[in-house]
Design a protein around this ligand. Sequence first.
Ligand code: ZN
Length: 342
Amino acid sequence: MTLRETIEKMPKVELHLHLEGAFTLNYLFKLVQKYGGDADIKNIADLEKRFVFRDFPHFIETWFWKNRFFREPTDFEESTYWTLGALAKQNIIYTEAFFSPWDFAESGISAKEIIPATIAGVDRAEKDFNIKCRLIADICRDHGAETSIRRLDDVTPFLNEKIIGIGLGGSEQKFPAYLFKDVFREAKNRGFHIVAHAGEAAGPESIWSAIRDLNVERIGHGVRAVEDPELIEYLQIEQIPLEVCIVSSIKIGVYPSYREYPFTDIFHKGLLVTINSDDPTMFGSTLSDEYEILIRDQGLSLSEIKHVQMNAVSASFASMEEKRKMKDMINSFWDRHNENIQ
Ligand SMILES: [Zn+2]
């Protein structure tokens, strides 16, 4: 078996993926046909070309362009279903996926319609594919604390019905985490797990704020902790997991190259670091690509790769029993495959 085949076949856990950036091109093409309105897209190849970005503004423009094709509850249910099917095909056995049901108001559909449709897609995918999925509702910093409380109210009736957490995305430089202190305290009181994107666009101070002001259980990205030795020591002692996503950070210019991304530094310092794919369809990558970068550009050995897989299981919000089963699957995979890698 080649190295690539091994990476593709090994059971993987994905903790930082946005459903809105992980749709399948096949399903989006169906929506383009359903609603029309873009004469340039005649086939999947045209659609693939549409996702090659000139620059960051073009990326944002494309993000909103594709959102326009999601208009009815069934679009969200089907898209979630096919996305999870595609993840299962890559041997992703468990995912905690972000979703932002408030981003489609312009299409005339409300979060109250999108939330149950997305949950229905997850339920159906879990029956048909070999994957488990929990949802984390991503509240965007840019809309402020008052809106965030209303958003928390929208998802609260669905707590534990596949939705297990609240996340904080958006512009971390412009809207610091402390602004959302009350929202996150309330979310925790209601029983949500809490996580936040921090330490990608902004530096270590953003991570400190997510930890001290919000009490988050995991940090999205968090890689810029490397700029602050005191923070590195804190994360090492407390074992607060980092959801690292290399491809998206390189493509938006946080570091100049895959080699220069400081994954190995923080991994060797003993932090609980995981690897994830963020917006795989938007960035034209997969979780397997991320693992391949760890080997090819970051120099990790296969036993270190197994360690990273196990970190994702430990960092997940799965039950102890689910974690034990996933660890058994990973161990038995490596027992079978360790010898045969070319
Ligand atoms: Zn993200």
